[in-house]
Design a protein around this ligand. Structure first.
Ligand SMILES: Cc1cc2nc3c(=O)[nH]c(=O)nc-3n(C[C@H](O)[C@H](O)[C@H](O)COP(=O)(O)OP(=O)(O)OC[C@H]3O[C@@H](n4cnc5c(N)ncnc54)[C@H](O)[C@@H]3O)c2cc1C
Length: 504
């Protein structure tokens, strides 16, 4: 069994101080001393099952929590139990006998990951066995279950979200312990039994569990698929872009854009941070990552040279919020000073593994994060509209353009074949919220379809979620009812936000 530490009633605040709640209890879970991976998974799942049964009996809502990094209030619960998972952070290799005869993935490419392992811990575990993740977000402190819950993504334009790595999910409800996987079996029946679980092999239910938003049950572990280890070369610079470059990106001409500012080859990752007050007369911050074969003899350069971290923007963001007059200039100063060392095409190459492209993060100010995701081919049409409406709303955040392929999961915001994600990151002040609201209204008025990040500030409600996800929403609700047929089980996972979103 896992160890359970009860810290009692308290006020709890999420990582970026954007939501707080009065907890009935803060409960911490720690791994027990079981002999092997399967026993650990069984012990933790049985402990969680007992907690959920008790909560259901006492009618207390439960919120599983990872790093608490989501700025949206999906991770708070009033008068409920917050169950912390970050110390359920082990990863385990599998052997061929753990896999089903129908499984077409080699055991060497699979990793069992406990829910609370951070993205950084998973990067490290994968690299230790010569493997790598394909994508991830801008930072690495999220729990793997929490990151998948909201469809965390980066800007690898040929990949979707972090949840795309997941091949099976171990999930606990107040009634049972399950392994959910696609219909084509991956884990052997013996392995599943040894982890104390029942099996659901169903494509639709699995696609629902890939982005669970914390409303499908308590995730205790995931089976993830990794790639052979590779390295990336970082080019990172401040440069002025022209309006026509937005059109290139809209058409997916990434190589052409890269040739103009970086290397004359297809980038693996590409991101632009813009000053919305003057996107073409002031410099934008460009980052390209190019895939390279793994070479263990190359020592990793300092994190800054790999472009890891740019959150110092939030520091000066507070000053920007004080005065409209300063926004453009101060924002630019903040952008250029906060950006880690430039790495231009003529500099000695900065090359490291994927895990070295992010670094640890510390909260330095209350932060606003909002984003809209849309069909990439709408970028040219939407760009000026977004910038104009954002400025009219008095917004004081930077604007980042990121690119991702269609991501897996019924509730994946990146659900077009090719997507652009437009992020608004800055201080958590009224003008940031107002600028974002203006963007959302302007896109609606222009009839441009878009979705929003589950984990960021999003102003969503059930009506809008239904409209954005249509049949996928209905399918997700159907899947949730298969996993938890009893409405009382679903209510254990209720909090105000998930009820507002129509997910509970
Ligand atoms: C500094 C920073 C950088 C970020 N960068 C990016 C980025 O580059 N790209 C991007 O897309 N997003 C980004 N985000 C958003 C972040 O990745 C998501 O909000 C992510 O969901 C946070 O993971 P977490 O472990 O903190 O989840 P939490 O906030 O702890 O939880 C998120 C949801 O998942 C549920 N949950 C957590 N664990 C479990 C579990 N074991 N079982 C069931 N439900 C669970 C919670 O109850 C909650 O509903 C960033 C956020 C911050 C603060």
């Amino acid at each position: 069994m896992a160890q359970v530490t009860r810290h009692g009633q308290q006020i709890w605040c999420n990582y970026h101080q954007t939501a707080e709640c009065n907890l009935g209890d803060r409960i911490e879970l720690l791994n027990g001393d079981e002999a092997n991976g399967r026993a650990h998974l069984k012990g933790v799942a049985e402990t969680v099952l007992a907690l959920l049964k008790e909560a259901k009996y006492c009618q207390i809502p439960v919120r599983p929590i990872g790093a608490g990094w989501s700025p949206s209030p999906i991770n708070v619960v009033e008068d409920g139990w917050l169950v912390e998972t970050l110390r359920l952070n082990r990863t385990f290799k599998l052997s061929a006998k753990d896999l089903h005869a129908d499984c077409d993935v080699g055991a060497e490419s699979l990793l069992l990951v406990q829910a609370g392992a951070t993205v950084d811990e998973v990067y490290e575990s994968a690299e230790e066995i010569g493997r790598s993740l394909r994508t991830g977000g801008a930072s690495n402190g999220q729990s793997f279950a929490g990151a998948c819950a909201t469809g965390t993504h980066g800007s690898v334009w040929q990949e979707g979200g972090i949840q795309d790595h997941v091949r099976a999910v171990q999930l606990v409800t107040p009634d049972r312990i399950l392994w959910i996987s696609p219909k084509k079996a991956i884990l052997s029946d013996d392995f599943i039994a040894q982890t104390g679980s029942q099996i659901i092999r169903n494509d639709r239910i699995f696609a629902a569990a890939q982005i669970h938003v914390g409303a499908m049950g308590f995730v205790t572990a995931m089976l993830i698929e990794t790639d052979p280890i590779y390295m990336v070369q970082n080019i990172q610079k401040a440069a002025k872009i022209k309006r026509e470059h937005i059109d290139w990106l809209c058409r997916g001409e990434f190589r052409r854009f890269s040739a103009a500012f970086g290397l004359n080859e297809e980038p693996y990752f590409q991101q632009l941070i813009l000053n919305p007050f003057d996107p073409f007369d002031k410099k934008s911050l460009l980052r390209f990552l190019y895939k390279r074969p793994h070479d263990a003899s190359i020592p990793p350069p300092p994190p800054g040279q790999m472009g890891a971290g740019y959150d110092a923007l939030t520091l000066l963001g507070r000053a920007m919020a004080e005065s409209d007059w300063f926004k453009g200039e101060i924002l630019q100063l903040a952008m250029e000073q906060a950006y880690p060392d430039n790495r231009d095409v003529d500099d000695p190459p900065a090359i490291a593994t994927w895990g070295n492209t992010t670094e640890e993060h510390a909260p330095i100010a209350s932060l606003f994060n909002g984003s809209v995701t849309m069909d990439r081919s709408k970028l040219s049409e939407a760009f000026d509209l977004i910038i104009d409406s954002f400025r009219r709303g008095g917004g004081c955040t930077v604007v980042t353009l990121r690119f991702v392929r269609q991501a897996q999961g019924l509730l994946a915001p990146a659900h077009w074949p090719d997507n652009v994600v437009i992020d608004f990151d800055g201080p958590n002040v009224e003008s940031s919220h107002q600028g974002y609201k203006n963007v959302v209204e302007a896109l609606d008025d222009a009839g441009i379809a878009f979705t929003r990040h589950w984990g960021k500030t999003n102003n969503l409600d059930e009506h809008r979620v239904k409209r954005d996800y249509e049949q996928n929403f209905a399918n997700w609700k159907w899947a949730q009812a298969q996993v938890m047929p009893d409405a009382a089980d679903r209510r254990v996972f209720a909090n105000d936000e998930l009820v507002k979103l129509g997910l509970i």
